[in-house]
Design a protein around this ligand. Structure first.
Ligand code: SAM
Ligand code: DTB
Ligand code: SF4
Length: 317
């Protein structure tokens, strides 16, 4: 799909857009199923990068404490709790620029092996990754790798200067080549234009394969970061972004990601109607608060949503 086509979709009258997205969603998936994914920050803070939105960048004074890497046992315990609460997917995040071939990576491999044994979809987000590292993770049982484009190529250097948009694409290429599933999306509310949003979606939907999941984050403005004074995006912008993603990538799992804490149940319902079919659940994202499992379960009950099972698209697993 080209940029003009995506732009036409993005700019439709909102209710037409939601209706079209809901129709496509119903024709492609069981629309009542929503994936519950939990996040664990296995290595928090102290990151060398300058991502302008990030509470974990060492150079900003955000109050996030630097923690040593978690132990394998601690991660497994949290993963089991998340599974018991209904999560089918576990994403382990590390505040790293890139993966290094050292003891920390060996420990990640152990974590992946252990969480995979719980029969959850295991995802990692560890920064840049080589093909060899991606292959090792795959062998250990990794299911998905998250690496967000975050914004358009054009806007990228206004948000991050310590790496390039092409670096991001290279990692996505390495991940795909290692036969892992790809999770890649972005953030809205960074100060980007609507054209930037459309361009980011254009890049994602013109990768050789659509990412299996696309997280859409609303910026959580963090005190101490260069984006601390950014205004919150309106729910209408979230809905527009989600609906457009759903229409251009009909089978992709679209995750309503950061920013849910400030959204009412009615607002989230609109996002699900527009085609969102995944959330991050649990009291915490990586470092910032998120709605509680109980509140989310109540929401599922009221909206008639059910938790999607692990490996939904892989009956052979
Ligand atoms: N360090 C790795 C990397 O940058 O790829 C992995 C962890 S990083 C925290 C993962 C993603 O979290 C970022 O790409 C960004 O999309 C999202 N993120 C970080 N801070 C955020 C914020 N304040 N608001 C919304 N999303 C945020
Ligand atoms: C994604 O797209 N969003 C998640 C996950 N992938 C790693 C992270 C959101 C982080 C929000 C800020 C924080 O809690 O530190
Ligand atoms: Fe934050 Fe990841 Fe950027 Fe590090 S590389 S500052 S953890 S978003």
């Amino acid at each position: 799909m080209n940029k003009e086509e995506i732009s036409e979709i993005y700019n439709r009258p909102l209710l037409d857009l939601i209706y079209a997205a809901a129709t496509i969603h119903r024709n492609n998936s069981d629309y009542s199923e929503v994936q519950i994914s939990s996040l664990i920050s296995i290595k928090t803070g102290g990151c060398s990068e300058d991502c302008a939105y990030c509470p974990q960048a060492a150079r900003y004074h955000t109050g996030v404490e630097v923690h040593a890497m978690m132990k394998v046992g601690e991660v497994v315990e949290l993963a089991q709790k998340a599974k018991n609460a209904g999560s089918s997917r576990l994403c382990m995040g590390a505040a790293w620029r890139e993966v290094r071939n050292n003891r920390d990576f060996d420990r990640v491999i152990e974590m992946v092996t252990a969480v995979n044994a719980l029969d959850m979809e295991v995802c990692c987000t560890l920064g840049m990754l080589t093909f060899e590292q991606a292959t090792k993770l795959k062998k250990a049982g990794l299911y998905a790798y998250n690496h967000n484009l975050d914004t358009s190529e054009e806007n990228y250097s206004k948000v991050i200067t310590t790496r390039t948009f092409d670096d991001r694409l290279q990692t996505l290429h390495n991940v795909r080549r290692a036969n892992l599933t790809v999770c890649s999306g972005g953030i809205i509310g960074l100060g980007e234009t609507e054209e930037d949003r459309i361009e980011m979606l254009h890049t994602l939907c013109n990768l050789p394969h659509h990412p299996e999941s696309v997280p859409i984050n609303a910026l959580v403005a963090i005190k101490g970061t260069p984006l601390e004074n950014q205004q919150r995006v309106s729910v209408w912008e979230m809905v527009r972004m989600i609906a457009t993603t759903r229409i251009i990538m009909p089978k992709t799992v679209v995750r309503l990601s950061a920013g849910r804490l400030e959204m009412s149940m009615a607002e989230q319902a609109l996002c699900f109607m527009a085609g969102a079919n995944s959330i991050f659940a649990g009291d915490k994202l990586l470092t910032t608060p998120n709605p509680s499992f109980n509140d989310d379960m109540q929401m599922f009950e009221i909206l008639g949503l059910t938790a999607r099972k692990a490996f939904k698209n892989e009956p052979a697993h």
